[in-house]
Design a protein. Structure first.
Length: 324
């Protein structure tokens, strides 16, 4: 069942169960279908049903969220700009000269703060400690803030892990309130823990690069994709004046719950989450608690049983985008 689709009915839990009872009680399968379709027509909506069971008395799933209204992904822009920016975060972390589109230069690196790392590590469970260790303790450089002075464009890019098996083996779905936005719903504790270690560095880098800027793009790969979402909504809600960015993420996991999604999609106008169908990471954490935000763009990077290959920017995501 898709997590989001345009033109869907949005119901709260009470309305959902009332609707389910009205559509299923004392009626044949064909009558249930007719009543449900009438409801859909009334609201100008499409109905989708759990596990392909149309109008089943077990579960009628038409509480789907409205897909954000944004233009289709531009594959050429993704390949020529956003994917190289995502790859460049790994170059910066490895202290190599990043390969980026002409006109762009690194203005600052995003680095985890040792005191924040110690504070975060003392407050989170063991599986999330392993996540933080794999992301920022072994190498505290998490990405960069760049700029094109000619176009007055700021780019923020977060790295993830090329091979996610170190943090996937103990992965859980522990959710906590988003500490930076009181009305931001629930988010994955491990992702927030990593973000908190670099938040001050990201803010300082963007504050310096944003002077006279007219646009800001944020990207990230793997866990960097999750961090990109947290940073984007943080800047949009907490920066003065608000900084509303546009995003392309690759191989990113789900980050938050329905409340987080609602806030994010209402605030961020453009967010493309590029997902390789053979990559396991974007399927985590599992629904229904965790839900993808933005517009999910599914690609086929080529069948493989190799987790690292399916997750790789250059081995799977680039070929997948080239097929679009």
């Amino acid at each position: 069942m898709p997590e989001s689709i345009a033109n869907c009915i949005i119901l709260n839990p009470a309305e959902f169960f009332q609707g389910k009872a009205a559509l299923t009680a004392g009626s044949s399968r064909s009558e249930q279908r007719r009543r449900a379709q009438q409801t859909a027509d009334l609201f100008g909506a499409d109905l989708w049903f759990h596990r392909r069971q149309f109008y089943s008395s077990a579960f009628i799933a038409f509480i789907l969220t409205e897909e954000p209204d944004m233009p289709p992904l531009d594959p050429a822009f993704a390949l020529d700009f956003m994917l190289p920016f995502a790859e460049a975060a790994y170059d910066v972390a490895a202290k190599r000269t990043p390969l980026m589109p002409p006109g762009y230069a690194v203005k600052s690196t995003i680095v985890a703060d040792p005191q924040c790392i110690a504070k975060v590590m003392a407050a989170i469970p063991l599986p999330h400690q392993r996540m933080v260790r794999s992301m920022v303790i072994d190498n505290p450089i998490m990405g960069f803030v760049g700029r094109n002075d000619a176009t007055r464009t700021v780019i923020v890019s977060f790295r993830g892990t090329e091979t996610p098996k170190d943090w996937l083996k103990d992965f859980d779905s522990l959710a906590v309130p988003f500490p930076d936005i009181p009305t931001g719903g629930l988010i994955h504790q491990g992702f927030d823990a990593v973000y908190q270690t670099i938040r001050d560095s990201v803010i300082a880098g963007v504050d310096s690069a944003k002077v006279n800027a007219t646009s800001m793009w944020i990207t990230g790969h793997s866990l960097g994709g999750a961090i990109a979402l947290l940073a984007a909504i943080d800047f949009a809600k907490n920066a003065v004046p608000p900084l509303v960015s546009q995003l392309y993420t690759f191989a990113g996991p789900r980050v938050g719950d329905q409340t987080f999604k609602g806030l994010f999609d209402a605030t961020i106008p453009v967010c493309y989450k590029v997902v390789n169908r053979w990559d396991i990471v974007p399927q985590l954490p599992p629904p229904p608690l965790f839900i993808h935000v933005g517009q999910e763009v599914n690609i086929d990077g080529g069948f493989t049983l190799d987790l690292a290959e399916a997750h790789s920017l250059l081995e799977s995501y680039k070929p997948g985008l080239q097929k679009l």
